[in-house]
Design a protein around this ligand. Structure first.
Ligand code: ADP
Length: 434
């Protein structure tokens, strides 16, 4: 699913930017090509003006001059002096020359057919389709410019046809288009890689959250399956058992139901805390009273287990703590409950509060026990959902959600929570709040 979104976003980004790139390149090439042809035609016209004026002003037409015009294949010249073709220079007879000459004759015929009386003066035109292309086998629609003129001379009339083939420029242009197409292709490839990385980076939090959610669902269903299967097997036995046994099975079902209820409550709380931003109802609270109330609430439990539970509060008065009182109480309860659960009879637990004027976080709550302690490799993981150390795995009271809930609440307050070893053995959880 996420892979599909990733691919779609990549294609969308590449498509839009690639499209813009191609469009700009096309506009650029189109304008550039238009200007090129405009300039070429203007150069041709001005060259032809020069040729015509020098032919008009001269009495003797020099073959060398005409040959120099044809040099390099730029122009092909055809002259008729009072209807007689004017032959000049050392015409090299090769196939290309013959083809071009044939084209020239064709152009002449075309003009003579179309203008019964050729207008006096100059005609400039450019053509793309003549028999020329078929004969030479060059690119179709070869472009060439034509200059046709009838000049009045003292001795009569001089007909002039000059053509200027443009196929070499056309070839150059085609290479240019191919070059730009290649550059665009490469650019699109780079854009694709860029968008692939970018969208991958942008989707990373979504991916992480989806993975977290999947892990949560997997662990939750695993945890729920155990009490549920106990309940189902007990329910299946009930009809065939005697009254006493039925009572025992019902008790088990009730007990497992209670476990499930607690688990579901914790799961729902944990899920709601991490799916959305937690809603905190903050108010000014007395931090020492808050801690004291929690300690008092856990005293009977500690006594029952033979543990010493004490509270250490700052001697001087401290400013109020701006927090969601009930949620912070919940965190302290989780820490105290854990401390009692993971400390053996005879141990001690100290819940303390200190206030620091300097530093970023002023209120420091800690719950230190002399219990079984936490291995270094477990210290980070215990704040993850459903993480339990091996010792607590068999306990039905513990689902591995408490500390993850505590972490969400503390982080919602922009505070921090960590664990370290208690000197002499045990664990100390430290919660720092602003
Ligand atoms: P649980 O409901 O299992 O206590 P928690 O998220 O509160 O879930 O704790 C995760 C795990 O961290 C526990 O299973 C336990 O292994 C370890 N842990 C938490 N508090 C303590 C403690 N005070 N002493 C030793 N281990 C602890």
């Amino acid at each position: 699913m996420l892979k599909k979104v990733h691919l779609r976003l990549t294609l969308l980004g590449t498509g839009v930017t690639g499209g813009i790139l191609i469009l700009t390149t096309l506009i650029y090439l189109f304008v550039w090509e238009n200007n090129l042809w405009k300039n070429r035609f203007q150069t041709f016209q001005s060259d032809m003006n020069n040729v015509v004026s020098s032919l008009e002003n001269t009495t003797v037409i020099s073959g060398t001059y005409l040959s120099s015009l044809e040099a390099g294949g730029r122009y092909l010249v055809y002259l008729e002096d009072n209807g007689t073709p004017f032959l000049y220079g050392n015409i090299v007879e090769n196939e290309e020359r013959q083809d071009k000459q044939a084209l020239l004759t064709e152009v002449k015929d075309y003009y003579e057919d179309h203008f019964d009386d050729m207008p006096k003066g100059l005609i400039f035109a450019y053509h793309t389709e003549f028999i020329y292309e078929k004969r030479t086998g060059l690119l179709s629609k070869d472009k060439f410019y034509v200059c046709a003129a009838i000049l009045s001379k003292e001795q009569g009339q001089l007909s002039l046809f000059i053509i200027s083939p443009q196929s070499s420029y056309q070839k150059q242009l085609i290479w240019q288009w191919l070059f730009f197409a290649l550059i665009n292709l490469l650019a699109i490839l780079v854009l694709y890689l860029f968008f692939h990385q970018l969208t991958g980076y942008a989707l990373r939090p979504v991916k992480e959250s989806t993975e977290k959610q999947e892990r949560f669902i997997a662990s939750a269903s695993h945890e729920l399956r155990t009490p549920l299967s106990v309940m189902l097997s007990c329910a299946a036995l009930i009809p065939s058992e005697d009254k006493k046994e039925q009572k025992r099975l019902c008790d088990i079902i009730e007990n497992e139901g209670g476990v499930m209820k607690r688990l579901l409550n914790e799961m729902l709380l944990s899920a709601s805390l991490s799916v959305s931003q937690i809603t905190l109802e903050k108010e000014e609270s007395e931090a020492d009273t808050l801690l004291l109330n929690c300690v008092e609430a856990f005293e009977p439990m500690a006594n029952e287990k033979g543990l010493t539970l004490s509270a250490l509060l700052p001697e001087e008065s401290i400013p109020p703590l701006y927090c969601d009182k009930h949620k912070i109480e919940q965190v302290l309860s989780i820490l105290l409950h854990n401390a009692i659960s993971y400390t053996e009879r005879g141990g001690s637990i100290t819940a303390s509060l200190s206030y620091h004027k300097s530093g970023k976080r002023h209120f420091v709550f800690s719950v230190a026990d002399t219990g079984i302690g936490i291995l270094d490799q477990d210290k980070k993981q215990i704040f993850e959902r459903f993480y339990r150390s091996d010792e607590s795995r068999s306990e039905k009271e513990h689902f591995g959600l408490g500390l993850s809930i505590a972490k969400e609440i503390v982080e919602g307050h922009k505070g921090s929570i960590k664990v370290k070893d208690t000197p002499g053995g045990g664990s100390t959880f430290i919660m720092e709040l602003i």
